[in-house]
Ligand binder design. Structure first.
Ligand code: NDP
Length: 560
């Protein structure tokens, strides 16, 4: 064991805790150690031995959990997790912290500052000052674009380290995080960096019927909306931060980002990289803490011009209410219960693994997961059995294990939620043709599940489970299908599998959903807008459409 990796302070605290726990400090209070620990040398020595054991366990735990984690990640995890406010790393005003868990082991891996209303207030003040008077507001679009591009470069340079953070904090396989979450995050910053110099208004020919003969020059400017509060979930911690921060910064806004309590780590590391890129103090502020306190304070803050939220539809509605105080602008990316449709003329060799990926990717913890599977009657048994077979091939385990293709759910709460839905489905009459249970080990592991004998009247078909659970249902023809597929309060995404291109496009057009994938699923790109119809949200993420979330339009009219 190399104890040099463990900061001296940890050792001191461990020894001192040991001594206090054993009541030793009191009984040797007359011993003058004139040092950092009030214990006699003998008991002090025993304390040190126990502390070394503690360090040993810590490091053993780290090496088990993180395998070959990078030195920079070890160093990052060993530091207290503070918040980024006005360019400084700060504890919560209250001094409170909360535990951060590894969902694969249910062990605490870090403590994060528990930000609350005063911390949000300080962050908003910093963002306001940076917006009104800081260098961000006077920087040219080209300079701003270069800084945003640099953040993308730094993310790419720290790919493995960020992927490891996602695995240890969220549970997703390291092999997935390093090829999907992190590169997509880097790409988001780079795609948006290009837009910094292309945010343009229009010149508009106007007629003004009540001013005959008068001439005007009329134009529009696109201007940043101001100080933006952003609240993100835990399912793609780094990527959600990138989806939110990159376009807001591109538009010239300043930001207070509230990250999810379950997964604060990668966004904090991103904060360090944003500083390293040279983004001025106060432009990006990152607050850790709970939704009901820090999140609610941000959504309600009178000095915030806009709030952008990703998470549950239930909390999305609370955000809208909280925003009413100063009528701040709101954009929402919310839940889904997306229909994935397989026609009998589909290439089943592609559709079956495609439908498995649609639901099981990220352990089903995707807002767009293809969780309602509609299969044309003639091929229903073949397809549902094929997906069940795919599910059985999935290796559920610790995300650092190379053979793992599905990690744990993110938290005890999510585990309880998903297993409760499995019970609900069973008692409503659904048959589990694979999975349907959890795995008896530490951590929050659930087996990928395919349910048949389901119908639209069941809760498991109507409500977002947000786990690796798909409800498969047969359909007769397109007419029968469309109404059933659209029978949901959500409208985030849909999938269609068919060799008949015209039919697939007709169905895609009929779907009330923000994204429809044809003969593919879960295809994301920084250039492709993403967002929901109905209760799946307001506004779009990504593509140039997202810029509308962070811009105001100003019309200027001059008499000539
Ligand atoms: P939430 O909607 O509660 O959390 C999303 C974010 O909102 C988190 O940062 C959370 O903070 C914050 N938040 C919670 N309450 C408030 C509030 N009153 N005011 C402001 N911010 C708040 O999702 P959960 O984590 O509870 O997950 C529950 C369900 O939501 C899932 O099972 C899934 O169905 C859905 N969901 C959908 C997501 C999507 O991408 N559309 C993502 C995540 C969940 P904190 O976590 O710190 O409490």
């Amino acid at each position: 064991m190399n104890c040099g990796l463990v900061p001296e302070i940890v050792l001191k605290v461990a020894v001192s805790c040991w001594a206090k726990r054993n009541g030793f400090v009191e009984c040797v209070s007359d011993v003058d150690t004139s040092g950092w620990l009030d214990v006699s040398w003998l008991e002090g020595f025993r304390g040190v031995v126990e502390a070394i054991r503690f360090c040993s366990k810590l490091e053993f735990f780290m090496s088990i959990v993180t395998g070959s984690v990078s030195e920079s990640l070890r160093s990052f995890l060993s530091k207290p997790k503070q918040m980024l406010i006005d360019g400084e790393w700060a504890d919560a005003v209250s001094g409170q912290t909360f535990d951060v868990y590894n969902p694969a082991t249910a062990q605490v891996i870090a403590q994060a500052a528990e930000g609350g209303e005063p911390d949000i207030d300080a962050a908003v003040k910093a963002a306001r000052a940076a917006f009104e008077t800081g260098p961000w507001s006077t920087m040219t679009p080209s300079e701003r674009g270069k800084l945003i591009w640099k953040v993308g470069d730094l993310i790419e340079q720290h790919n493995d380290e960020l992927a490891q953070l996602e695995t240890i904090d969220n549970g997703k396989p390291f092999s997935v995080a390093r090829v999907a979450d992190v590169p997509l995050s880097a790409d988001m910053f780079r795609y948006m960096a290009g837009w910094a110099t292309k945010i343009e208004g229009n010149t508009i020919p106007i007629s003004v019927p009540y001013a005959p003969g008068a001439q005007f020059n009329a134009l529009t400017l696109r201007e940043p909306v101001g100080v933006v509060g952003q609240i993100i979930p835990w399912n793609f911690p780094l990527l959600m931060a990138a989806w939110k921060l990159a376009p807001a910064l591109t538009c010239g806004c300043t930001v207070v980002l509230k990250v999810a309590e379950q997964t604060p780590l990668s966004a904090l590391r991103l904060g360090e990289l944003i500083q390293e890129a040279g983004v001025p103090a106060g432009v990006v502020n990152i607050v850790t803490g709970f939704g009901e306190t820090a999140g609610a304070a941000l959504a309600a803050h009178d000095n915030v011009d806009k709030v952008a939220f990703t998470g549950s539809t239930e909390v999305g509605k609370l955000i809208v209410k909280a925003a009413a105080g100063n009528l701040k602008k709101v954009s929402l990316e919310l839940g889904g219960k997306s229909p994935n449709v397989i026609f009998k003329d589909a290439d089943l060799a592609a559709a079956i693994p495609g439908a498995a990926n649609a639901i099981f990717f990220n352990h089903g913890q995707c807002c767009c997961a293809g969780s309602r599977l509609y299969v044309e009657q003639e091929v229903f048994d073949e397809v549902s059995a094929g997906i069940a077979e795919q599910a059985k091939q999935i290796h559920v385990g610790d995300g650092f294990d190379e053979s793992t293709t599905m990690g744990p759910l993110v938290s005890q709460e999510q585990f309880d939620r998903v297993t409760n839905y499995l019970d609900l489905g069973r008692s409503a009459g659904a048959q589990m043709i694979c999975g349907g249970d959890s795995i008896d080990r530490d951590g929050y592991f659930v087996n990928p599940t395919v349910m048949v004998e389901t119908s639209e009247s069941m809760q498991v078909v109507q409500e977002e489970i947000f786990g690796p659970v798909v409800a498969a249902m047969p359909f007769q023809d397109s007419d029968d299908l469309i109404a059933r597929a659209n029978d949901s309060v959500y409208g985030l995404a849909a999938g269609v599998w068919s060799r008949d291109g015209a039919k697939a496009h007709r169905v895609a057009k009929a779907m009330r959903a923000g994204t429809v994938w044809i003969n593919c699923y879960n295809v994301f790109d920084a250039a492709l807008p993403f967002g929901g119809y109905k209760q799946s949200g307001w506004g779009r993420e990504m593509g140039h459409e997202v810029l509308n979330n962070y811009l105001e339009t100003k019309a200027i009219c001059m008499s000539l």
